[in-house]
Design a protein. Structure first.
Lengths: 257, 264
């Protein structure tokens, strides 16, 4: 399947969803006031762009999500390397990770506001809390699964354990780590919007709450579409990084299809 | 020890597990490999060939006994000794091209410029018949070609001794014959002493100056059979020579005796 065909397929399904939305809005099955059509939603977005509140808050939200995602990825990989290098650390951290993973970000935000304030620290903390697990768990599993022959090849060449880790195991694990980062990207966006909704000062999440409380229905829907767009944007960025860092694997899996 | 011995196994013993679970694998292995020789190691399946190879390479320590490489006890992988693994698809680095895989194994990188390393890698790839494939990734190559890259990588580490762990077990019969001749040619050209672990008796005899036959587990050396066929081998002529047939017969007979013991 060519890329152009895949892209056009994506466009077709997007148009289909929008058309379905518009059909429901026009059918009268739902009150038009609470389920506006696409033109009304676009109009709402246009107004928020004109006042500048959409671009300003969008940049804040994207900036937070991206910073958090990069930090969570680096930290997740670092923890995975530590887990692989030290069975002692691995044991200890496995317990900590299974305790922290189920914690919902919304439950942590109120306390975290007191501890960290309303600045970037809060958002980084919340994103780390939920996004670190994808890269960490995938990384740790992938490092464990590096073929024995590759490690023995390194040992035969007299490489130190650190050199084997960084020159053999880490590159071998990168494709699977990226699968974890892709998942973390989606989760980090949810986390940042939830935190903004609760912390309530700025960002798309804050705007979403304000618009819905003042019953600005088209604007509220427009903001929901913005969060979807953000998800696609972040996924594209992760994919770009994946192509740069593990282009060989993209081509390998592409070639086998 | 005479001064032409390059590798020596002295009473190697190794067991896995403890107490009642304890299972002896190697039970006093003794042999010598002379510099420049091509030695094959064959044995009944499950006789601990891999355990032996790991000990010879310095990748694992025997419980007792000693491996000596150039007269020095082996306690870790020594310089000058390279291993070509059976599973080439798992031993090559998929994120590196054939050339980069070969360059990875070069030890004296500080003394060589980037261009020199590249040229050396291309020279080795040409020697294994992969001149045009330097830029290809392993997964773009056939099984036989991947194993050639792995052999070129073994040569790149400037070793004197190549340990070949069933390198041809996973390639098809035609490729196998070609690869046997290629390995023999490379051993001569790059002045390599070779120790080939294989389960194929014909291959063991065809390639070797000496065949070491291992016993069933717990494993020791059952017998050593010299193969006096000279250095030049030919897939047709060599395999028809009385010397070949005689050596093959003796090896087969030894291994078969273990198999029938097992069955009985």
């Amino acid at each position: 399947m060519t890329r152009a065909l895949l892209w056009s397929r994506g466009a077709v399904s997007l148009i289909f969803v929008l058309a379905l939305w518009q059909a429901v809005a026009l059918s009268g099955a739902v009150p038009a006031k609470f389920f506006p059509g696409i033109p009304a939603i676009i109009d709402g977005a246009r107004q928020m762009i004109a006042t500048g509140e959409l671009p300003r808050n969008e940049i804040l939200t994207l900036g937070r999500a991206l910073t958090g995602l990069v930090l969570a990825s680096v930290a997740g990989i670092a923890l995975a390397l530590l887990s692989d290098a030290s069975p002692f650390f691995d044991r200890g951290f496995r317990t900590i990770s299974s305790l922290l993973q189920p914690v919902p970000p919304a439950a942590v935000v109120p306390m975290a506001i007191f501890a960290l304030g309303l600045g970037i620290k809060l958002y980084i903390f919340i994103i780390l809390l939920v996004s670190i697990w994808g890269p960490y768990l995938n990384g740790a599993a992938a490092l464990r699964a590096v073929p024995r022959e590759q490690i023995l090849t390194g040992r035969m060449l007299g490489l130190s354990p650190a050199a084997i880790m960084f020159r053999i195991k880490l590159p071998a694990a990168m494709p699977q780590i990226f699968a974890g980062i892709r998942y973390a990207a989606a989760v980090s966006l949810i986390a940042v919007v939830v935190a903004e909704m609760l912390a309530g000062r700025d960002g798309i999440g804050f705007l979403l709450v304000r618009k819905s409380f003042s019953i600005r229905i088209p604007e509220t829907y427009a903001l929901m579409f913005v969060t979807m767009f953000n998800g696609v944007l972040l996924a594209l960025l992760v994919n770009l990084a994946r192509r740069v860092l593990t282009g060989w694997h993209v081509r390998q899996t592409g070639a086998s299809k | 020890m005479n001064d032409t011995t390059i590798l020596e196994a002295v009473d190697l013993r190794k067991a896995y597990g403890h107490g009642l679970q304890r299972m002896p694998i190697l039970d006093g292995i003794d042999f010598r490999v002379r510099k420049g020789d091509f030695v094959s190691v064959v044995g009944p399946s499950g006789c601990g060939k891999t355990t032996l190879l790991m000990a010879l390479a310095g990748l694992s320590q025997p419980d007792t006994g000693e491996v000596r490489f150039r007269g020095q006890p082996v306690t870790q992988p020594p310089q000058g000794l390279a291993v070509v693994f059976q599973d080439y698809s798992r031993s090559l680095f998929p994120w590196k091209t054939a050339r980069e895989n070969v360059i990875f194994a070069m030890r004296d990188t500080a003394q060589k410029t980037r261009q020199e390393r590249r040229d050396r890698a291309d020279e080795l790839l040409a020697a294994v018949g992969l001149k045009e494939f330097a830029q290809k990734y392993p997964w773009q190559l056939s099984g036989g070609m991947q194993q050639r890259v792995a052999i070129a990588r073994g040569l790149a580490s400037e070793s004197d001794l190549l340990l070949l762990d069933e390198p041809l077990a996973a390639v098809d019969a035609q490729t196998r014959a070609d690869m046997q001749d290629l390995i023999l040619e490379l051993a001569q050209r790059f002045d390599q002493t070779c120790l080939l672990v294989t389960h194929d008796v014909d291959e063991a005899v065809y390639m070797a100056d000496k065949v070491i036959v291992l016993s069933r587990r717990p494993t020791s050396v059952a017998t050593e059979i010299p193969v006096d066929l000279g250095k030049r081998r030919d897939q047709l002529a060599t395999r028809e020579q009385p010397g070949f047939l005689h050596a093959r017969h003796e090896v087969m007979e030894r291994i078969r005796s273990y198999r029938s013991q097992m069955a009985g």
